[in-house]
Design a protein around this ligand. Sequence first.
Ligand SMILES: C[S@@+](CC[C@H](N)C(=O)[O-])C[C@H]1O[C@@H](n2cnc3c(N)ncnc32)[C@H](O)[C@@H]1O
Length: 282
Amino acid sequence: MRRTLILFLVVWAGLAWLVCSARGQDPQSDSRPAYLKVYLPASAHLLVDGTSTRQSGELRRFESPPLTGGKRYVYSLKVVWKENGKDVVREREAHVQAGQETTVDFRPADERRVVRAQAPEDRSPDVIFVPTPQEVVDKMLELAEVKKGDVVYDLGCGDGRIVVTAAKKYGVKAHGFDIDPDRVKESLENVHKNQVEKLVTIKKADIFTLDLKEASVVTLYLLPGLNVKLMPQLEKLKPGSRIVSHDFDMHGAKPKKVVRVKPEGAEREHMIYLWVVPWEKE
Ligand SMILES: C[S@@+](CC[C@H](N)C(=O)[O-])C[C@H]1O[C@@H](n2cnc3c(N)ncnc32)[C@H](O)[C@@H]1O
């Protein structure tokens, strides 16, 4: 059954509010917002479910109030702009889901290509997905001494196993980021399957653009060069924050501990490196 629900969409930058409607189910208190990105000609006027919005520019961002996890909500978008003195009108539906970012692009194809080339979150992954064995995940979180109040970030979260484990085992907030939309989808399914939506968020993002100041524990399974590339961001973590890396060190930073784990039946030993911020230079 489809019902109309009045929602408040908040402009990300906090500049304005707009009221619009979405067709879906009632939001619950334990649910999460959905994120909507709309690309359109800079001068265009945007209406969401018939309600005018106040933002301007080529990219308009919105955040919904908390929505029920795993359900799809639909907004109707209408964009109007002038071309050669005539009104151009385009209409589309935006399908959004709790914890996910949806992009709708109304621009002509040639303009789209230019911006897509610049959008950092639209490029391909720097390293392919290889999951950390569960025993190694457990050891990484143990080595980081995760405790109540910690906020865990997994940079390149794959199928979400590290953030899901952090939430389930330690009851802490955990945020996963991945540039690959398939991994984001997989992580969200994992979060949903394990019913940790209250504690875990998953976002599509390029990890090199993230502000990590909220994190107190950062987990990595990337490559040595990528760990080094992250150092300027990791250096800004609060003192006492822990960084754990599966298999790869971070040249220039002396680890506080290095442990080896050989999961049952595994062919090889896995290394785990721990640093505490500020780390000792090598
Ligand atoms: C080796 S997997 C690790 C997955 C998970 N952290 C684990 O330990 O099971 C690396 C992940 O990083 C993601 N990734 C690669 N480059 C990225 C980037 N620049 N920004 C965000 N994610 C990225 C890949 O898509 C992949 O899922």
